[in-house]
Design a protein around this ligand. Sequence first.
Ligand code: NZQ
Ligand code: ZN
Length: 401
Amino acid sequence: MEQVKSYNNFTFYNPTKIIFGAKTILQLRNLIPKESKILMTYGGGSIKKNGVYDQVKEALKEHTVLEFSGISPNPKYEHSMKAVEICKKENIDFLLAVGGGSVIDATKFISIAAKYEYEDPWDLIIKKFSGDSKYEPKAAIPIGTVITLPATASEMNAGFVLSRESTKQKYDKFHTLLFPKFSILDPETTYTLPKNQTINGAVDTFIHIIEQYVTTNRNTRIPDRISEGLLDTIISETPKVLENPKDYSARANLMWSSTLGLNYLISTGVDQDWAIHQIGHEITAMTGADHAKTLAAILPGMWKYKKEQKKEKLAMMAERVYGKKEGTDDEKADFTIQKTIEFFNSIGMKTTLSSAGIGKENFNELIKRIEDRENDLKAPPLGENADIYAKDIIKILELCD
Ligand code: NZQ
Ligand code: ZN
Protein backbone atom coordinates (compact mmCIF):
# COMPACT_ATOMS: atom_id res chain seq x y z
CA MET A 1 0.00 0.00 0.00
CA GLU A 2 1.32 3.42 -0.88
CA GLN A 3 2.41 5.47 2.11
CA VAL A 4 0.15 8.53 2.57
CA LYS A 5 2.17 11.71 2.70
CA SER A 6 0.57 13.76 5.44
CA TYR A 7 0.85 15.26 8.91
CA ASN A 8 2.28 13.22 11.74
CA ASN A 9 -0.36 13.06 14.46
CA PHE A 10 0.12 15.97 16.85
CA THR A 11 -1.12 17.71 19.97
CA PHE A 12 -0.88 21.47 19.89
CA TYR A 13 -0.86 23.22 23.25
CA ASN A 14 0.31 26.71 24.04
CA PRO A 15 -1.25 28.57 26.95
CA THR A 16 1.01 31.67 26.96
CA LYS A 17 -0.86 34.97 26.70
CA ILE A 18 0.88 37.46 24.38
CA ILE A 19 0.63 41.20 24.83
CA PHE A 20 2.15 42.84 21.77
CA GLY A 21 2.85 46.45 20.93
CA ALA A 22 4.44 49.76 21.90
CA LYS A 23 4.12 50.94 25.51
CA THR A 24 2.55 47.69 26.70
CA ILE A 25 4.92 47.15 29.65
CA LEU A 26 2.61 49.19 31.88
CA GLN A 27 0.04 46.40 31.57
CA LEU A 28 2.21 44.36 33.94
CA ARG A 29 0.36 45.96 36.80
CA ASN A 30 -2.80 44.03 35.91
CA LEU A 31 -1.12 40.84 34.75
CA ILE A 32 0.44 39.82 38.07
CA PRO A 33 -1.79 39.37 41.12
CA LYS A 34 -1.32 42.28 43.59
CA GLU A 35 -0.59 39.98 46.53
CA SER A 36 2.28 38.22 44.72
CA LYS A 37 5.83 38.31 45.97
CA ILE A 38 7.78 38.78 42.75
CA LEU A 39 11.40 38.04 41.91
CA MET A 40 12.34 40.13 38.88
CA THR A 41 15.25 38.54 37.01
CA TYR A 42 17.49 40.25 34.47
CA GLY A 43 20.90 40.22 32.84
CA GLY A 44 23.93 42.44 32.77
CA GLY A 45 22.19 45.79 32.80
CA SER A 46 20.92 46.54 29.26
CA ILE A 47 17.44 47.07 30.72
CA LYS A 48 18.75 49.84 32.97
CA LYS A 49 20.32 51.65 30.02
CA ASN A 50 17.32 51.50 27.70
CA GLY A 51 14.56 52.42 30.14
CA VAL A 52 12.89 49.00 30.28
CA TYR A 53 13.81 48.58 33.96
CA ASP A 54 12.16 51.91 34.82
CA GLN A 55 9.01 50.99 32.92
CA VAL A 56 8.77 47.67 34.78
CA LYS A 57 9.33 49.29 38.17
CA GLU A 58 6.73 51.96 37.40
CA ALA A 59 4.19 49.33 36.39
CA LEU A 60 4.83 47.29 39.54
CA LYS A 61 5.13 50.12 42.05
CA GLU A 62 2.27 48.71 44.09
CA HIS A 63 3.66 45.16 44.05
CA THR A 64 6.37 43.59 46.20
CA VAL A 65 9.37 43.12 43.92
CA LEU A 66 12.77 41.62 44.75
CA GLU A 67 15.51 41.56 42.12
CA PHE A 68 18.04 39.05 40.83
CA SER A 69 20.49 40.33 38.22
CA GLY A 70 23.65 39.22 36.44
CA ILE A 71 22.20 36.40 34.33
CA SER A 72 24.76 35.98 31.54
CA PRO A 73 24.36 35.01 27.88
CA ASN A 74 24.38 31.18 27.77
CA PRO A 75 23.10 31.25 31.36
CA LYS A 76 24.73 29.18 34.04
CA TYR A 77 23.37 26.60 36.44
CA GLU A 78 25.69 27.74 39.23
CA HIS A 79 24.47 31.36 39.07
CA SER A 80 20.83 30.31 38.71
CA MET A 81 21.06 28.26 41.91
CA LYS A 82 21.60 31.51 43.84
CA ALA A 83 18.16 32.64 42.69
CA VAL A 84 16.72 29.26 43.68
CA GLU A 85 17.92 29.94 47.23
CA ILE A 86 16.30 33.39 47.20
CA CYS A 87 13.01 31.93 45.97
CA LYS A 88 12.96 29.41 48.82
CA LYS A 89 14.09 31.84 51.53
CA GLU A 90 11.74 34.64 50.48
CA ASN A 91 8.77 32.49 49.49
CA ILE A 92 8.71 33.96 46.00
CA ASP A 93 5.48 33.10 44.20
CA PHE A 94 5.97 34.86 40.85
CA LEU A 95 9.03 35.17 38.60
CA LEU A 96 9.26 38.03 36.12
CA ALA A 97 12.04 37.62 33.54
CA VAL A 98 13.04 40.85 31.80
CA GLY A 99 15.57 40.53 28.97
CA GLY A 100 16.66 38.17 26.21
CA GLY A 101 16.38 34.42 25.88
CA SER A 102 19.14 33.79 28.40
CA VAL A 103 17.27 35.61 31.15
CA ILE A 104 14.04 33.80 30.36
CA ASP A 105 15.77 30.41 30.10
CA ALA A 106 17.53 30.78 33.46
CA THR A 107 14.25 31.89 35.01
CA LYS A 108 12.47 28.82 33.69
CA PHE A 109 15.07 26.61 35.31
CA ILE A 110 14.78 28.58 38.57
CA SER A 111 10.99 28.10 38.45
CA ILE A 112 11.20 24.30 38.55
CA ALA A 113 14.43 24.02 40.56
CA ALA A 114 12.88 26.01 43.42
CA LYS A 115 10.08 23.43 43.62
CA TYR A 116 12.28 20.35 43.15
CA GLU A 117 12.20 18.20 46.25
CA TYR A 118 15.33 16.10 45.66
CA GLU A 119 18.99 16.92 46.00
CA ASP A 120 20.33 18.34 42.75
CA PRO A 121 18.01 20.12 40.27
CA TRP A 122 20.59 19.53 37.50
CA ASP A 123 19.10 16.01 37.48
CA LEU A 124 15.96 17.58 35.96
CA ILE A 125 18.09 18.11 32.86
CA ILE A 126 20.70 15.40 32.84
CA LYS A 127 18.27 12.56 33.67
CA LYS A 128 15.40 13.81 31.55
CA PHE A 129 15.27 10.73 29.32
CA SER A 130 15.72 8.28 32.21
CA GLY A 131 12.03 7.47 32.44
CA ASP A 132 12.18 7.85 36.25
CA SER A 133 9.40 10.20 37.40
CA LYS A 134 11.69 11.45 40.18
CA TYR A 135 13.40 13.54 37.54
CA GLU A 136 10.21 15.11 36.19
CA PRO A 137 9.26 18.54 37.53
CA LYS A 138 6.00 18.34 39.51
CA ALA A 139 5.51 22.06 40.17
CA ALA A 140 6.87 25.43 39.07
CA ILE A 141 6.72 29.02 40.24
CA PRO A 142 4.63 30.88 37.62
CA ILE A 143 6.61 33.04 35.19
CA GLY A 144 5.87 36.17 33.18
CA THR A 145 8.30 37.74 30.72
CA VAL A 146 9.18 41.02 29.09
CA ILE A 147 11.29 40.00 26.10
CA THR A 148 13.87 42.48 24.78
CA LEU A 149 15.67 40.36 22.15
CA PRO A 150 13.69 38.55 19.47
CA ALA A 151 15.42 35.23 18.83
CA THR A 152 14.71 32.23 20.99
CA ALA A 153 10.89 32.35 21.37
CA SER A 154 11.54 31.35 24.96
CA GLU A 155 8.80 33.90 25.71
CA MET A 156 6.21 31.53 24.21
CA ASN A 157 7.63 28.05 24.49
CA ALA A 158 8.24 25.48 27.16
CA GLY A 159 11.99 25.07 26.80
CA PHE A 160 15.22 26.38 28.22
CA VAL A 161 18.92 25.82 27.64
CA LEU A 162 21.34 25.92 30.55
CA SER A 163 25.10 25.50 30.90
CA ARG A 164 26.96 24.02 33.83
CA GLU A 165 30.32 25.68 34.33
CA SER A 166 31.87 22.91 36.39
CA THR A 167 31.26 20.25 33.73
CA LYS A 168 31.18 22.47 30.60
CA GLN A 169 27.83 20.95 29.56
CA LYS A 170 25.09 22.87 27.74
CA TYR A 171 21.77 21.03 27.61
CA ASP A 172 18.11 21.81 27.02
CA LYS A 173 14.89 20.77 28.71
CA PHE A 174 11.20 21.03 27.78
CA HIS A 175 8.18 20.70 30.03
CA THR A 176 4.65 22.08 29.87
CA LEU A 177 5.13 23.63 33.32
CA LEU A 178 7.64 25.98 31.70
CA PHE A 179 5.27 27.94 29.45
CA PRO A 180 5.22 31.56 30.65
CA LYS A 181 1.78 32.70 31.88
CA PHE A 182 2.20 35.82 29.76
CA SER A 183 4.82 37.62 27.71
CA ILE A 184 5.01 41.28 26.80
CA LEU A 185 6.48 41.97 23.36
CA ASP A 186 7.14 45.68 22.89
CA PRO A 187 9.18 46.15 19.69
CA GLU A 188 10.48 49.50 21.00
CA THR A 189 12.53 47.61 23.62
CA THR A 190 14.62 46.20 20.77
CA TYR A 191 15.76 49.61 19.41
CA THR A 192 18.88 49.47 21.61
CA LEU A 193 20.06 46.04 20.52
CA PRO A 194 23.68 46.09 19.39
CA LYS A 195 23.96 45.20 15.69
CA ASN A 196 25.51 41.82 16.41
CA GLN A 197 22.60 40.85 18.67
CA THR A 198 20.05 41.91 16.06
CA ILE A 199 21.90 39.73 13.53
CA ASN A 200 22.16 36.84 16.00
CA GLY A 201 18.41 37.07 16.64
CA ALA A 202 17.53 37.05 12.95
CA VAL A 203 19.79 34.06 12.22
CA ASP A 204 18.65 32.08 15.27
CA THR A 205 15.02 32.59 14.24
CA PHE A 206 15.79 31.66 10.62
CA ILE A 207 17.42 28.42 11.73
CA HIS A 208 14.60 27.56 14.16
CA ILE A 209 12.28 27.74 11.19
CA ILE A 210 14.40 25.61 8.88
CA GLU A 211 14.95 22.96 11.61
CA GLN A 212 11.19 22.38 11.33
CA TYR A 213 10.52 23.26 7.68
CA VAL A 214 13.51 21.79 5.81
CA THR A 215 12.90 18.18 6.78
CA THR A 216 10.55 15.69 5.06
CA ASN A 217 7.92 16.79 2.56
CA ARG A 218 4.67 15.58 4.13
CA ASN A 219 2.28 17.93 2.31
CA THR A 220 1.91 19.89 5.53
CA ARG A 221 0.75 23.01 3.69
CA ILE A 222 -0.24 24.99 6.77
CA PRO A 223 3.01 24.96 8.76
CA ASP A 224 4.96 25.05 5.47
CA ARG A 225 3.28 28.22 4.16
CA ILE A 226 3.59 29.90 7.58
CA SER A 227 7.30 28.97 7.71
CA GLU A 228 7.87 30.48 4.26
CA GLY A 229 6.12 33.68 5.34
CA LEU A 230 8.33 33.90 8.42
CA LEU A 231 11.51 33.28 6.40
CA ASP A 232 10.47 35.89 3.86
CA THR A 233 9.86 38.36 6.69
CA ILE A 234 13.31 37.85 8.18
CA ILE A 235 14.96 38.26 4.78
CA SER A 236 13.04 41.47 4.06
CA GLU A 237 13.06 43.13 7.50
CA THR A 238 16.53 42.43 8.91
CA PRO A 239 18.35 44.80 6.51
CA LYS A 240 15.83 47.51 7.41
CA VAL A 241 16.55 47.42 11.14
CA LEU A 242 20.28 47.25 10.52
CA GLU A 243 19.91 50.42 8.47
CA ASN A 244 17.49 52.09 10.87
CA PRO A 245 17.39 50.55 14.38
CA LYS A 246 14.24 52.52 15.23
CA ASP A 247 12.16 51.22 12.32
CA TYR A 248 9.17 50.21 14.45
CA SER A 249 7.38 48.38 11.70
CA ALA A 250 10.37 46.21 10.80
CA ARG A 251 11.23 45.59 14.47
CA ALA A 252 7.61 44.50 15.04
CA ASN A 253 7.77 42.07 12.13
CA LEU A 254 11.00 40.56 13.41
CA MET A 255 9.74 40.29 16.96
CA TRP A 256 6.58 38.42 16.01
CA SER A 257 8.52 36.19 13.56
CA SER A 258 10.84 35.07 16.33
CA THR A 259 7.99 34.16 18.63
CA LEU A 260 6.11 32.25 15.94
CA GLY A 261 9.32 30.58 14.81
CA LEU A 262 9.48 28.41 17.92
CA ASN A 263 6.12 28.49 19.70
CA TYR A 264 5.28 25.06 18.24
CA LEU A 265 2.82 26.33 15.60
CA ILE A 266 5.09 25.48 12.66
CA SER A 267 6.11 22.15 14.16
CA THR A 268 2.54 20.84 13.93
CA GLY A 269 2.65 17.52 12.09
CA VAL A 270 6.11 17.98 10.56
CA ASP A 271 9.33 16.02 11.14
CA GLN A 272 11.80 18.06 13.19
CA ASP A 273 15.55 18.11 12.81
CA TRP A 274 17.41 20.18 15.50
CA ALA A 275 20.80 18.59 14.69
CA ILE A 276 22.27 22.00 13.84
CA HIS A 277 21.18 23.21 17.27
CA GLN A 278 22.55 20.25 19.18
CA ILE A 279 25.95 20.51 17.48
CA GLY A 280 25.82 24.29 18.00
CA HIS A 281 25.22 23.88 21.73
CA GLU A 282 28.31 21.69 21.98
CA ILE A 283 30.38 24.32 20.15
CA THR A 284 29.17 27.02 22.53
CA ALA A 285 29.98 24.78 25.50
CA MET A 286 33.52 24.39 24.09
CA THR A 287 34.29 27.88 22.84
CA GLY A 288 31.69 30.21 24.38
CA ALA A 289 30.67 31.34 20.88
CA ASP A 290 27.30 33.08 20.49
CA HIS A 291 24.50 30.57 19.86
CA ALA A 292 23.57 31.99 16.43
CA LYS A 293 27.19 32.03 15.22
CA THR A 294 27.50 28.30 15.87
CA LEU A 295 24.30 27.61 13.91
CA ALA A 296 25.40 29.68 10.92
CA ALA A 297 28.71 27.81 10.88
CA ILE A 298 27.09 24.35 10.80
CA LEU A 299 24.13 24.96 8.47
CA PRO A 300 26.00 24.86 5.12
CA GLY A 301 27.77 21.58 5.91
CA MET A 302 24.60 20.02 7.30
CA TRP A 303 22.55 20.90 4.23
CA LYS A 304 25.25 19.72 1.83
CA TYR A 305 25.55 16.40 3.71
CA LYS A 306 21.78 15.88 3.99
CA LYS A 307 20.87 17.25 0.56
CA GLU A 308 19.33 14.01 -0.74
CA GLN A 309 17.10 13.54 2.33
CA LYS A 310 16.09 17.19 2.41
CA LYS A 311 15.94 17.79 -1.33
CA GLU A 312 12.19 18.20 -1.73
CA LYS A 313 11.99 20.80 1.02
CA LEU A 314 15.16 22.61 -0.09
CA ALA A 315 13.63 22.81 -3.57
CA MET A 316 10.32 24.01 -2.13
CA MET A 317 12.20 26.72 -0.24
CA ALA A 318 13.98 27.77 -3.46
CA GLU A 319 10.65 28.16 -5.24
CA ARG A 320 8.64 29.82 -2.51
CA VAL A 321 11.18 31.81 -0.52
CA TYR A 322 13.84 32.62 -3.11
CA GLY A 323 11.57 32.69 -6.18
CA LYS A 324 13.43 30.10 -8.28
CA LYS A 325 10.79 28.37 -10.40
CA GLU A 326 13.07 26.89 -13.12
CA GLY A 327 15.40 23.90 -12.93
CA THR A 328 15.55 20.47 -11.36
CA ASP A 329 15.04 19.78 -7.66
CA ASP A 330 18.78 19.24 -7.40
CA GLU A 331 19.52 22.68 -8.85
CA LYS A 332 16.89 24.28 -6.65
CA ALA A 333 18.33 22.64 -3.53
CA ASP A 334 21.80 23.98 -4.39
CA PHE A 335 20.24 27.38 -5.01
CA THR A 336 18.68 27.44 -1.51
CA ILE A 337 21.98 26.52 0.11
CA GLN A 338 23.81 29.24 -1.83
CA LYS A 339 21.14 31.93 -1.30
CA THR A 340 20.94 31.26 2.42
CA ILE A 341 24.70 31.60 2.82
CA GLU A 342 24.55 34.82 0.78
CA PHE A 343 21.71 36.18 2.94
CA PHE A 344 23.56 35.47 6.19
CA ASN A 345 26.76 37.02 4.85
CA SER A 346 24.85 40.05 3.54
CA ILE A 347 23.57 40.91 7.03
CA GLY A 348 26.99 40.41 8.57
CA MET A 349 26.77 36.80 9.80
CA LYS A 350 29.76 34.68 8.83
CA THR A 351 29.15 31.05 7.86
CA THR A 352 32.53 29.61 8.78
CA LEU A 353 33.61 27.30 11.58
CA SER A 354 36.43 29.68 12.49
CA SER A 355 33.89 32.41 13.30
CA ALA A 356 32.44 30.03 15.91
CA GLY A 357 35.93 29.42 17.27
CA ILE A 358 36.37 25.93 15.80
CA GLY A 359 39.19 24.56 13.63
CA LYS A 360 40.13 21.10 12.34
CA GLU A 361 42.14 20.58 15.52
CA ASN A 362 38.88 20.70 17.55
CA PHE A 363 36.90 18.17 15.50
CA ASN A 364 37.75 15.17 17.68
CA GLU A 365 36.79 16.97 20.87
CA LEU A 366 33.52 18.11 19.32
CA ILE A 367 32.63 14.60 18.20
CA LYS A 368 33.54 13.19 21.60
CA ARG A 369 31.17 15.75 23.12
CA ILE A 370 28.30 14.64 20.88
CA GLU A 371 28.95 11.04 21.94
CA ASP A 372 29.10 12.06 25.60
CA ARG A 373 25.84 13.94 25.15
CA GLU A 374 24.14 10.80 23.87
CA ASN A 375 25.58 8.80 26.77
CA ASP A 376 24.89 11.44 29.44
CA LEU A 377 21.35 12.06 28.38
CA LYS A 378 20.60 8.64 26.86
CA ALA A 379 19.51 10.74 23.90
CA PRO A 380 18.76 9.32 20.45
CA PRO A 381 21.07 10.14 17.50
CA LEU A 382 20.54 13.53 15.86
CA GLY A 383 18.37 14.59 12.94
CA GLU A 384 14.75 14.19 11.85
CA ASN A 385 15.47 10.54 11.04
CA ALA A 386 17.72 10.00 14.09
CA ASP A 387 20.46 8.89 11.72
CA ILE A 388 23.30 11.31 12.42
CA TYR A 389 26.08 9.57 14.34
CA ALA A 390 29.61 10.65 15.20
CA LYS A 391 30.91 9.29 11.85
CA ASP A 392 28.42 11.56 10.05
CA ILE A 393 29.34 14.60 12.10
CA ILE A 394 32.95 14.44 11.01
CA LYS A 395 31.76 14.46 7.39
CA ILE A 396 29.41 17.36 8.08
CA LEU A 397 32.25 19.35 9.67
CA GLU A 398 34.46 18.62 6.66
CA LEU A 399 31.77 20.10 4.38
CA CYS A 400 31.65 23.32 6.44
CA ASP A 401 33.82 26.29 5.47
O1 NZQ B 1 22.50 40.85 29.78
P1 NZQ B 1 22.02 42.12 29.23
O2 NZQ B 1 22.71 43.31 29.76
O3 NZQ B 1 20.53 42.25 29.28
O4 NZQ B 1 22.44 42.14 27.66
C1 NZQ B 1 22.01 41.19 26.70
C2 NZQ B 1 23.09 40.17 26.37
O5 NZQ B 1 24.37 40.68 26.57
C3 NZQ B 1 21.80 41.90 25.39
N1 NZQ B 1 20.46 42.47 25.22
C4 NZQ B 1 19.27 41.83 25.31
N2 NZQ B 1 18.26 42.68 24.99
C5 NZQ B 1 18.84 43.89 24.73
C6 NZQ B 1 20.24 43.76 24.88
N3 NZQ B 1 21.08 44.79 24.69
C7 NZQ B 1 20.54 45.98 24.34
N4 NZQ B 1 19.20 46.17 24.15
C8 NZQ B 1 18.33 45.15 24.32
N5 NZQ B 1 17.03 45.33 24.10
O6 NZQ B 1 21.99 40.89 24.41
C9 NZQ B 1 22.94 39.95 24.87
C10 NZQ B 1 22.51 38.55 24.51
O7 NZQ B 1 21.34 38.19 25.22
P2 NZQ B 1 20.84 36.68 25.29
O8 NZQ B 1 19.62 36.67 26.15
O9 NZQ B 1 21.97 35.80 25.66
O10 NZQ B 1 20.48 36.37 23.76
P3 NZQ B 1 19.41 35.41 23.14
O11 NZQ B 1 18.04 35.93 23.33
O12 NZQ B 1 19.88 35.19 21.78
O13 NZQ B 1 19.50 34.06 23.99
C11 NZQ B 1 20.50 33.10 23.74
C12 NZQ B 1 20.33 31.89 24.65
O14 NZQ B 1 19.07 31.25 24.40
C13 NZQ B 1 19.29 29.86 24.13
C14 NZQ B 1 20.67 29.86 23.51
O15 NZQ B 1 21.26 28.58 23.52
C15 NZQ B 1 21.40 30.84 24.41
O16 NZQ B 1 21.78 30.23 25.62
N6 NZQ B 1 18.19 29.32 23.32
C16 NZQ B 1 17.00 29.14 23.92
C17 NZQ B 1 15.94 28.56 23.27
C18 NZQ B 1 14.64 28.34 23.93
N7 NZQ B 1 14.48 28.66 25.19
O17 NZQ B 1 13.71 27.83 23.31
C19 NZQ B 1 16.04 28.10 21.88
C20 NZQ B 1 17.23 28.65 21.16
O18 NZQ B 1 17.52 27.82 20.07
C21 NZQ B 1 18.44 28.82 21.99
O19 NZQ B 1 19.15 27.62 22.09
ZN1 ZN C 1 18.33 28.67 18.49
